[in-house]
Design a protein around this ligand. Sequence first.
Ligand code: BGC
Length: 277
Amino acid sequence: MANLSPRSTAAAPAGWSTLHRHHIGVDVGGSTMKYAVVDVAGGSLTTPVTERPTPAPSTPDAVAHALSGVVEELSARPEAPDPEASVGVAIPAIVRNGVACSAAHIDDAWLGLDVRRFLSERLGRTVQVINDADAAGLAEVRYGAGRSGSGTVLLITLGTGIGSALIVDGKLVPNLELGHVELDGLDAEVRAAAVAREREHLDWAAYAERLQRYLAHLEFLFSPDLIIVGGDISARHEEFLPRLHLRTPVVVAELRNSAGIVGAARHAYLTLPPLDD
Ligand code: BGC
């Protein structure tokens, strides 16, 4: 596989065509895969966000097959990225050097898998892999709710689980797993993820009370300058954000359900192989 080197800026190198700024981003969730082509210069989507179900069981083989279909579908579009452009994939797992070190809402067969290598081989393209919440965090601090500030930004995604990303002065501290800190004697995500609200038929006041205790705990631990709340539930932010009382400003993720896609694409861009020229 190509030697990888980080790029520190989103500015396209001189001589690159617009197409080189376009990357496919895929956010693989426990139940749904969302994807689009992203222009990483401004974080905009050049195709609509499309969804397909995550295969069940979500084995690496099944997901790789589905991802091939995604790449094929997007490659047929006029906005298709250059085939050389790497593909960004966000997964709900701790990812270290491309290897999945946990498997929260995906099949256990991912554990220990070199996902970057496996998917690159299966898709015939360079694939870069990142934790889903880290992807959303990267996107929000670059293009979304955290773009105007420096300091410590904490992004929390509320979905099937709770994802978290910590970005300090624009630099991601990867693989924070704050969905697994304890709340009421259980993993916080069991108590306060968006699905907990549905599973336990909590009204918004009761759900906000749990979020309040959870976020107050994180605020105490990390003293962030800004907390961004994302995940599909952020579309209903007016139901719970006004009920939260923290010292830290709490805002809704601006990129909403595309943050993971945009962040995955940006991650792919940031870890492009060196240019040949
Ligand atoms: C996982 C995280 C993931 C989050 C959101 C948690 O259960 O441990 O890695 O980011 O869910 O999908």
